[in-house]
Write a protein that binds this ligand. Structure first.
Ligand SMILES: Nc1nc2c(ncn2[C@@H]2O[C@@H]3COP(=O)(O)O[C@H]4[C@@H](O)[C@H](n5cnc6c(=O)[nH]c(N)nc65)O[C@@H]4COP(=O)(O)O[C@H]3[C@H]2O)c(=O)[nH]1
Length: 849
């Protein structure tokens, strides 16, 4: 009995069958069949006709042969074989085979192939012993395996009688009793078979064929040792003796098997139950996996080992546009976008080969031709033997993600409104340009640009128009520069130009002139014709700074210098400028406290009635008397105050002070005069002007019709309807309204008509342009002034000219019907005290002459 290496229960019977099948034809004489079996020490022979097993004849059947009848040995085996024969397919698993042995109560199956041809035999012991029994046998004693009564036959018993006893006891062996225990022997079915095969005549008593001595083991020996003994001796039975050496019974190999059988069947049941549970589990798992794959938002594609599509899920179809039937059986190359070269795919397959895994971004093509990016993961699925069985590809469409990334990148480096590089990108490029210039020893330059009075456009025409101006400016700047130069927007109306390489300083200056010329061209936006100018500061590497910070600071300073010097121009940086910007900083700090510290004062400039030559009114002009800097011009600090958000405080102080002064003149008994106060556009927007005015009038006691507010044109074009309401309110109080600097803004006739105003003030730049340097009337200057005057009259408004410096200008204005004039010709702005001397006098120069 050979115990083989344990074989798993899902292995097939064909792996363990014994292929030397003892077989014979149906007409084989019993004698011959018995001889074959005895020689081969085999317990059965299969009777085969045309290759098919018909029946079986076993050692047990040999007991049925009538040994007394000589014909019995020559009878054909077919007449005594057991039939039908039980067969089992070679592809049955050992687990299932074990079950069949148990259920059908047989000890052998003839193994057949698919065509039913006998290919071998398998016994129950073959199956059981393949399952690894040592650990079990070692624990059991011999006594526990004895499960049937011992048959004993005295040695002198007639042989045929003895065989009959074996048959009736349904046992394969019996103890042949000798005179004492040492002379006991054993007789088995095999002995009977040998007798038939021997053809030597039949002995009379069983004692003559018994094998002696009867090999015995002790009752408490382990079954494993006994099994080994049986194997070693090549026998199938042993006697079992107790401690006293008394024979207790016979133990056969099949007894050991029966003992094992219970355990085996138990284990088999357990294995089967486990298998069923595992099957159920895996069926559930499969079901779950199927549902997950179907519902997955990721596209899933399974390819066979030849790279042909086996399966795709609905998400695949959704993303690629290919229905399963359109792609199954094809290779995935149908999805190729053409964006990747062969090297890309080669690398992918090499990685898959090496690592069984590839992940990355890939561009594919949908059925509609659209190319899209996907994030793809491919896993190689291998068989147990390691060969590739499938590829599983899982992917998601990352079009949106890529767009977002792109947007984020753009947001990080580009200005959303104009599409120009933003501050960060500009700084990156500047850093690079400095390094390059340093390495190659060449010059480079940056320009800082700021649109002059851009705030006015925003304030008057709204941010929509302002934005369009910025976009158009960006385009003009981009067209003005060379390839390789960078135009960037730093924010608001601030732009920069980076010239990474210039030969001479003049190159930068020339570009600045070109840019100024470009920006000066009219902007046509939403029916508005806008005239814009720009101030530019230039910083050159290495003269004006060798680091990003100093270059930027100095170009910025140069730009402010350009603005201070009258805008619409450029300035190259000079070290002296830094002193100025320092000045600006100090000025900002002091301006915050100027009102509370009482550093402001008002001066007054008269307006003269052209018809009478008498004072018709007075304009209050603010002055800042800075403790260190001295008198600072409002043209400098008013824009600063607007930027800093302190204009309304200053404005309110001016208003109260002016009203107080005017009331004071009245109280002095001087001829009652009207006082005009400037209100900045920002102040107009930020405060409730009628409330502030009402408070100032009430607190000072000045009657409202002696107060006039001078508003700039830009005020009129803020939210028009609201402005009209406020102006009407002021007019209803009795306050007069005039429009200052008329002609420099963008007011249209239709707006003007709707505005409740009293006068237009012709800007002094136009008055200045009436005559050229040789005192000749200029066509254009004269024309503009005449037009404004007639416009005012057409609208039933007074026309007032400011900045009148010469008698000729005054005469011209008078000839055009201008109602009032104001200017150095008549009087510079003077203190409230000094103004007293101007009352009640003819102030026009002709009258003086
Ligand atoms: N070249 C020349 N200039 C003349 C002549 N006659 C008068 N001026 C100047 O022209 C400016 C007239 O005031 P504006 O156009 O309202 O222009 C004012 C006004 O817009 C603003 N401003 C002055 N005071 C105030 C104020 O109290 N509040 C507000 N919001 N702005 C003020 O500052 C601007 C400048 O004021 P100022 O420096 O006082 O300058 C004054 C005045 O000194 C002349 O014949 N020739």
């Amino acid at each position: 009995m050979k115990v083989e290496r344990p074989v798993p229960p899902d292995q097939l019977v064909e792996r363990i069958l014994r292929r030397e099948l003892l077989s014979c034809a149906p007409d084989t004489p019993i004698l011959e069949a018995a001889t074959i079996m005895a020689e081969k020490r085999c317990s059965s022979i299969v009777i085969v006709a045309d290759g098919r097993p018909m029946g079986i004849w076993t050692e047990r059947d040999a007991l049925a042969v009538d040994l007394g009848s000589p014909d019995a040995f020559t009878k054909p085996i077919a007449s005594v074989m057991s039939t039908p024969i039980k067969t089992i397919s070679g592809t049955t698993t050992l687990g299932d085979a074990g079950m069949r042995f148990q259920l059908e109560g047989v000890r052998h199956f003839v193994v057949v192939d698919d065509a039913g041809v006998a290919i071998g035999i398998v016994s129950q012991s073959d199956v059981i012993l393949r399952h690894g029994v040592e650990h079990f046998l070692v624990l059991r004693t011999v006594r526990s395996a004895i499960n049937r009564p011992m048959v004993t036959i005295p040695a002198d018993t007639d042989l045929r009688n003895a065989i009959a006893q074996l048959r009736s006891a349904r046992t394969d062996a019996a103890v042949v009793l000798g005179a004492d225990s040492d002379s006991h022997g054993i007789v088995t079915e095999r002995d009977v078979l040998r007798l038939i095969a021997g053809r030597k005549g039949i002995p009379a008593t069983v004692g003559s064929i018994a094998s002696r001595p009867l090999i015995s083991v002790r009752h408490d020996d382990s079954l494993l040792g006994t099994r080994n003994l049986l194997e070693e001796k090549g026998i199938r039975h042993v006697g079992v003796v107790d401690d006293a050496g008394q024979l207790l019974g016979l133990l056969s190999f099949s007894d050991i098997l029966s003992t094992l059988q219970y355990e085996y069947v138990h284990r088999l049941d357990e294995a089967l139950r486990e298998r069923d549970e595992a099957l159920l589990r895996s069926r559930k798992d499969l079901n779950l996996a199927h549902k997950v794959i179907e519902a997955s938002l990721d596209g899933i594609m399974i390819l066979d080992s030849h790279n042909r599509v086996e399966f795709v899920n609905p998400a695949f179809t959704h993303m690629t546009g290919y229905a399963p039937e359109e792609i199954i059986g094809k290779t995935p190359s149908i999805l190729k976008s053409g964006r990747h070269d062969d090297a890309f795919y080669t690398h992918m397959y090499q990685t898959l080969d090496k690592q069984d895994y590839w992940q990355g971004e890939i561009w594919n093509r949908r059925k509609n031709g659209e190319i899209y990016p996907e994030w793809l993961t491919i896993n190689v699925i291998r068989d147990e033997d390691g060969s590739v069985s499938q590829y599983a590809a899982i992917f998601s469409d990352i079009t949106e993600r890529k767009k977002t990334e792109e947007r984020i990148k753009n947001l990080a480096y580009f200005d959303v409104l104009t599409g120009l590089p933003n501050r960060r990108l500009f700084l990156d490029r500047l850093q690079l340009a400095i390094a390059n210039a340093h390495r190659h020893g060449h010059l480079m330059a940056i320009m800082f640009l700021d649109l002059d009075l851009f705030k006015r456009i925003n304030d008057s025409l709204g941010h929509g128009v302002g934005d369009q101006v910025l976009v158009e400016t960006a385009a003009r700047l981009s067209h003005s520069v060379r390839e390789g130069d960078t135009v960037a927007r730093l924010g608001g109306d601030e732009f920069t130009i980076l010239l990474p390489e210039i030969e001479h300083l003049e190159d930068a200056a020339k570009l600045a002139e070109r840019v100024i010329g470009q920006v000066k061209q009219p902007f046509i936006i939403d029916d508005h014709e806008l005239y814009i100018t720009t101030s530019i500061g230039i910083g050159v590497y290495p003269e004006d700074g060798e680091t990003v910070e100093t270059l930027i600071k100095n170009a910025d300073t140069a730009m402010y210098r350009a603005k201070d010097l009258g805008r619409n121009s450029y300035q190259m940086y000079t070290p002296a400028m830094n002193a100025r910007s320092f000045e600006r900083l100090t000025m900002e700090a002091s301006l915050r406290h100027a009102v509370t510290r009482g550093e402001f004062k008002l001066v007054y400039q008269v307006k003269v009635d052209m018809d009478t030559g008498r004072m018709s009114g007075v304009e209050a002009l603010v002055r800042w008397n800075h403790p260190e800097m001295g008198l600072v011009s409002p043209a400098v600090f008013i824009p600063l105050a607007e930027d800093m958000g302190v204009i309304s405080d200053i404005g309110e102080w001016v208003l109260r002070e002016a009203c107080k002064q005017c009331k004071h003149w009245h109280d002095l008994g001087l001829p009652p005069v009207r006082i005009a106060v400037n209100v900045s556009a920002l102040q107009f927007r930020e405060t409730k002007v009628p409330d502030v005015v009402a408070r100032a009038l009430r607190d000072t006691g000045l009657p409202p019709h002696f107060l006039e507010l001078e508003l700039t044109e830009t005020v009129l074009m803020q939210r028009v309807d609201e402005v009209v309401v406020v102006l009407k309110e002021l007019r209803a109080m009795g306050v007069r309204i005039s429009i200052d600097d008329f002609g420099t803004g963008y007011s249209s006739l239709s707006y003007l008509k709707r505005m409740p105003i009293d006068a237009l003030k012709v800007d002094r730049s136009f008055v200045n342009d009436i005559f050229d340097e040789e005192d000749k009337v200029t066509e254009e200057g004269a024309e503009i002034v005449s037009t404004i005057i007639s416009l005012a009259h057409n609208l039933k408004l007074k026309a007032i000219a400011e900045g009148v410096e010469t008698p000729a200008q005054a005469a011209f204005l008078q000839s055009k019907g201008c109602d009032e004039v104001q200017g150095f010709l008549i009087s510079r702005p003077v203190s409230g005290e000094d103004l007293i001397s101007l009352f009640d006098r003819d102030l026009l120069p002709e009258a003086q002459e």
